[in-house]
Design a protein around this ligand. Structure first.
Ligand SMILES: Cc1cc2nc3c(=O)[nH]c(=O)nc-3n(C[C@H](O)[C@H](O)[C@H](O)COP(=O)(O)O)c2cc1C
Length: 180
């Protein structure tokens, strides 16, 4: 059964992007499984640290990423780019202790939500560039760029806005097809 590793660019409990990620996972086609990665305990990347052996949280995340057939991101934009914590996780994942690259040749779907008007266009553009370098097959447009996101979810995290729900559904169908 295909398995998706889902990564959220925000750690906060009330994260709009975590709601978006959960909503997306719920819309994946039947037969596609997903788990949300936890990168909270990753140390800041340091080559000296890596030389001592992969820290346990990195090794665990790497094992999840290697086992996944595809990836789903939902991320905010911080200062017109990828949140540092998420970029740090990708930087760790890009290291190849055994010569393997977790993203190489695998489908990747990108989404993002912001309370403002930008829709995370810059963050997703930068993320796409990084993942391209790492061999990820980032799905083509139309993507999911949720602007004014504060008003598009209910308290339970469900998407209340039909165009947003439809855009997520379309992307999840494409991701499901790509990993099938
Ligand atoms: C350090 C920082 C930088 C931010 N920069 C941007 C930005 O460049 N563009 C934007 O649309 N929102 C920006 N925001 C606002 C975030 O979009 C907003 O906090 C969002 O709700 C975070 O996502 P979350 O709800 O998933 O935690 C920034 C927030 C922080 C904390």
């Amino acid at each position: 059964m295909p398995r998706i590793l889902a990564l959220c660019g925000s750690l906060r409990a009330a994260s709009l992007n975590r709601r978006l990620l959960r909503a997306g996972i719920a819309m994946l086609p039947a037969g596609v499984e997903a788990e949300i990665a936890d990168w909270r305990d990753l140390p800041v990347y340091d080559e000296d640290l890596e030389a001592q052996g992969m820290p346990a949280p990195v090794a665990a995340l790497r094992a999840q990423a290697m086992a996944a057939q595809g990836f789903l991101f939902a991320t905010p934009e911080y200062n017109w780019s990828i949140p540092g914590g998420l970029k740090n996780a990708i930087d760790w994942l890009s290291r190849k202790p055994d010569g393997t690259q977790p993203f190489a040749g695998k489908p990747v779907a990108l989404m993002g939500a912001t309370p403002g008007p930008g829709g995370t266009v810059n963050a997703q553009s930068h993320l796409r560039q990084v993942l391209y370098l790492l061999g990820g097959q980032v799905l083509p447009p139309p993507g999911v760029f949720v602007q004014g996101a504060g008003g598009r979810f209910d308290d339970a995290g469900a998407i209340t806005d039909e165009p947003t729900r439809k855009a997520v559904e379309t992307l999840m169908a494409a991701l499901g097809k790509a990993v099938a």
